[in-house]
Unconditional design. Sequence first.
Lengths: 204, 204
Amino acid sequence: MAKPSALENLTQALQCLPGVGVKSAARMAFHLMQQDTAGAKALARALDDAVVRLRHCSCCYTLTEDVQCATCVDPARDQTQLCVVETPADQAALERTRAYNGLYFVLMGKLSPLDGVGPREIGLKRLFDRISPEGDERVSGTPIQEVILATNFTAEGEATAHVIGQALKGLPVRVTRLSRGVPVGSELEYVDVGTIAHSFIDRR
Amino acid sequence: MAKPSALENLTQALQCLPGVGVKSAARMAFHLMQQDTAGAKALARALDDAVVRLRHCSCCYTLTEDVQCATCVDPARDQTQLCVVETPADQAALERTRAYNGLYFVLMGKLSPLDGVGPREIGLKRLFDRISPEGDERVSGTPIQEVILATNFTAEGEATAHVIGQALKGLPVRVTRLSRGVPVGSELEYVDVGTIAHSFIDRR
C-alpha cells in the first residue's frame, strides 16, 4: 500500500459528510494536506468546539449554545406566530427574507417512513407541548395564535406539513402553509406543470 | 442572529474543503451536529492526526508518514521506470489498474500559470534531481531508464507533461506519455471528436 494510513483515515472520516463519496473525500484530504493544513486544523477545532458546545434550544429545539436561542428570547419577535421548519438552514433561509418576525419551531428532520423517521422521531410531541396552553405558559405569556407550516415542498416535507396540520386541528390555533406557486423572476414556459397547477389552485 | 456561533464557525470552517460552498457547508454542519456527532469527533481526530503525521516522501514526494513511502522502499518494484503523476489520488488510480510495477514521482500539483503555479512551484527541480545520475544514486543504485508522463489529460496536465518532456530531452532517459484514445466499453457515436481524433493519431 502506497497510501499512508493517516491519509486513509482522513479520507474515510471525510465520508461522514453528506454528499461526499470516496473520490471527493480523497480529493478533499489531498487538498487539505497539500495546500491548507491551517484550514484542516481550524476545521478540527471547529468540529470539536461544535460537538462540545451545541445543544437544543429548550423552546424551539434549534441548535444553540445557550438554554434558549437568541430568536426565542428576543422580545421584539411576534410571540403569537410560530413558524415550523425542518432544519436550522431552512430557518436561516426564511430569516434572510426579512418577511417574518415571529418565532420558530425547528423539527430537526422530516417524516420519512422509509428511513424509520416517524412522528415521534421528529419531535411532534415537543411541538404540541410548545403550542398547547400549558406548554406555552412555560415558555412565554402570550399564546400562539398562528402556526405557519414551512416544511419543504418535497414529498416528505408535504407529508410532514399534512400530519402536523391534521394533528393541530383540535387546538385553538390558525394553521397556515407557505404558498406554492411560480418562483419570482421565472417565465411560465419553463416552469414545471405541477408548480403551475398549484399556482392556479393557490391563486390570490 | 438566531444561529449560534459554534455552528457558524463550523459552517465557515467546512468551506475550506474544495467544492464546498456556504450552502453545502451549512447542510454538512447541520447533519454532523444533528445526526453524527461521533463522525464529527472522528473527523476532527483524523484531521489533527493527518496534519501532525503526514510529510513528503524524500524520494517521490508523495504524502507519507515515514521518510520514504512504501512504494519507494519496495524492492519488488521496477527501479528503472518512473511514472510522473499530479497527485496521490492519481497514483492510487494507476495502482488500482495493477498494470504498472515501477516507481512514481508525485508532482503534488500541475502547471497553472493563472494561479501563479509555475515549474518551480510543482517541484520540477526535485524531479530532475531524482532522474539525473547524481540524484538517482542518492536514492537507489539503478538509474531510471524510462519516465512515463501520467499527468491528467486536461489543458494544465498536458502543458505540464509538455514542459517536463521538453526539459528531460538532454537526459539519457526514454520519455513516454500515457496513450489518449477511446475509453474501454464506449461506443464511438458517443465519444467526443477530440478523443476520436487523438485515437486516430495514437493508433497502434
